[in-house]
Design a protein around this ligand. Sequence first.
Ligand SMILES: Cc1cc2nc3c(=O)[nH]c(=O)nc-3n(C[C@H](O)[C@H](O)[C@H](O)COP(=O)(O)OP(=O)(O)OC[C@H]3O[C@@H](n4cnc5c(N)ncnc54)[C@H](O)[C@@H]3O)c2cc1C
Length: 315
Amino acid sequence: MSVLVYSESENGKLKKSSFETASYGKALAEKLGSKLICVSFNCSDSELLNKYGADKIIHVESSSLKEFTAKTYSYALSQVIENEDVSVVILSSSADAKYLGAYLAGITDSSYLSNVVELPESLNPFIVRRSCFTNKAFSSTEINGGLKIISISSNSYVVKENNGDGIIENLDLNEVSTTFKVSNVEKQSGKVTIADADIVVSAGRGLKGPENWHMIEELADVLGAATACSKPVSDMGWRPHSEHVGQTGKPVASNLYIAIGISGAIQHLAGINSSKVKVVINNDPEAPFFKAADYGVVGDAFDVIPELINKLKAR
Ligand SMILES: Cc1cc2nc3c(=O)[nH]c(=O)nc-3n(C[C@H](O)[C@H](O)[C@H](O)COP(=O)(O)OP(=O)(O)OC[C@H]3O[C@@H](n4cnc5c(N)ncnc54)[C@H](O)[C@@H]3O)c2cc1C
C-alpha cells in the first residue's frame, strides 16, 4: 500500500505547500510502513520532491490538465490511485485542493476530511485531529472505509528534508472530456498571494480611504508580503474582495500577520487564528485586537508606517 500526495504547482513550478504535504506524507508512510508517491501535473521541477522523501514521483503531462477543474484533476488522480494501490491521499488546504478532495471522494467512493493538523492519533482505527469552528476548537475524527483522503491545514506540519529514492515516472493520460472548458485564467503577476504568503500586511478602516493604501503596499513590498484587508474595506470598494480576511473572507495562516487600523472584531479574528505571530498597530489602546496580539504598537498608522518602512529599508 502507498501514501499518495498530490503535489500542487503553479506556472509549472511546485508550490510551497507541496513540500509541507510531502513531509507529512513521508512521516505518515513511515508510520504505515508504506511508500510515498508524489504526483504532479504539468510541473517542470517535480524532481525536487526527492528531497522530501518521495519514493516515486509521477509526472503527468496532459493538455487536459492545463487549468484546474475538479473533474479533470480528480479523474487524473483516480487513474493514479487505481494503478498504485493507494491507502491514503494527501492534499494541501488550498481552495482548489479542498474542492478536488470532495470531488475525488465522490468518484472513488472514499472518505474525505479537511483541516487536518497533525499525524494520525491512531492508524487502526484511522483517527486524525482536525481544526474546526474557524480554528477555535479541535476534533478527533475517525475516518472509515478503504481509501482515505485528507487535506492538511497550511503551516500545521513542519517541512522536513528527507532523501527519498525518487524514481521518476512519466504518465500520459488521455484527454478528459468535460462539460465546460477553461479558456483563459488571468492571474495577478508579481504579487504574493495571501494563501502562499509568509507575511501578510493587512489594513482596515483606520486607513481612512483607498488613497492611503500606497503605504500598505510599500510596507508589503519591503517585507515581500501579501496585502489583505478587513471586510468593510473591501465592501466599500477600497480593496478587491480577494483581499478580505476573516470569517466570511479568506483564512490566513502566515508566520507573521501585521494588522494596521483594524479593530479586531471577532469575525476578523476568526480568519487569522492560525497565523503564528500577530502584530497590531492601532491608535486606540483599548482596541480589542491588542488582546489577540503578540506585539502591539499604540500609535497613528500615518506616523508609524512610514517610520517602519524607513527602518526596514535601512536594514
Ligand atoms: C456576519 C458578519 C460577518 C463578518 N465577517 C467579517 C470578516 O470576515 N472580516 C472582517 O474583517 N470583518 C467581518 N465582519 C465585520 C466586523 O464585525 C467588523 O465590523 C470589521 O472587522 C471592522 O473592520 P475594521 O476593523 O477595518 O473597522 P473599524 O471597526 O472601524 O476599526 C477601525 C480601527 O482603526 C483604528 N484607527 C483609526 N484611525 C487610526 C489611525 N490613524 N491609526 C491607527 N489606527 C487607527 C481604530 O481605533 C479602530 O480600532 C463581519 C460582520 C458580520 C456581522
